[in-house]
Design a protein around this ligand. Sequence first.
Ligand code: ZN
Length: 417
Amino acid sequence: MREIWLAGDLACGRHVEPSARPVALPGVTTLREVLDAVDGWYPPGWAQSWDAVGLVCGDPAELVDHVVLAVDAVPATVDEAVARRALLITHHPLLLSGVHGVGADDPKGALIHRMIRCGVGHYVAHTNADVASPGVSDALADRLGLGGLRPLEAPRAGDLVRDQEDLDKLVVFAPLAATQSLIDALSAAGAGKLGDYDRCAWTTSGAGTFRPGAAATPAVGEPGRIEVVEEARIEMVLPRRLRAAVVAALRAAHPYEEPAFDLLAMAELPAVDDARGTGRVGELARPCTLREFAQHAASVLPATRWGIRVAGDPDRRVARVAVCGGSGGSLIERARRMGADVYLTADLKHHTAVEAVTERGAAGMALIDVAHWATEAPWLDQVAGLLRGRFGTTVDVAVSQVVTDPWSVHIPSSESS
Ligand SMILES: [Zn+2]
């Protein structure tokens, strides 16, 4: 086994000369080379401003011939890295909030001490890996067998919802005096939303003409006589899934007995950005029931004591699936707007879940809550594949099999309770 620089430490289980230093052997890989590769796949600049990513400890000049991948840096995964003399790459930062010291009398400080003493480097790719393509949610979606993936939320300000959701355009003609009340009614039914704006409409005026039939009861004019009325042409976009509700609102609010309107299907726009972004939306190759999809998810995702929880009618049809590795509760509304039948993520809260599945009755979106660790562990295989592709046999890559989901016991409630 090649000698790697160690600072002489009994905790590492072997004796090392204090003066030992890495020797640049031909054909070996430095930590810097590994970092450059990982930074290329998951650029640190893509991380959220509050995040703490990159090299936690380790000398970029040291040699690396083993890498251990884990979601969390905890004693068990650090043990694995130490045993293999490996660079430990994790998804979650060990040190996220402000750190003013890493004393060994602190649990996290003790881990840092141990890694430094044993010559083990530690590197974090967190929210930068979340938004990358491929990234954390791609790995999750791939594991679930989803196709046609696109981001749930774009990495920069943009009107993703408008671009991604299937839209219709409604063009309706109404007497000028009824213009604003009609826009109000259509807006209340869900038309006219563009990104963070609502009640968006375009109006022009012109002359409408008609002749009521003998049996008609016209709001304007009388049977048998040609009428010319100054009218507004009102244009509003609407999500296609709200087509029936918006047309019903139009008929209810329009003063005419037979409103004239056009309903046009909007063409699909090209992607706003590239494939980067948080979460993914994709399609199942074969639609199934929510129960069947949940069983599939439980069988292909890493096992935890908790398993998975499902909210929604188990017999409802599932074709479009939104996913987000980690805590994705804040993206529920985006998933719904993008037409997802079910949203799979972690750490969902009671009230947000209740609202999501009951707000719109049968049109509501189902939810699947998975252990946080299990939604992100599939990403480790993605990183392993990239590292093996880049460094071949010069760097041994291992995915930790330690389950760092903290929930250790799951006791189902009794049927009678
Ligand atoms: Zn996470």
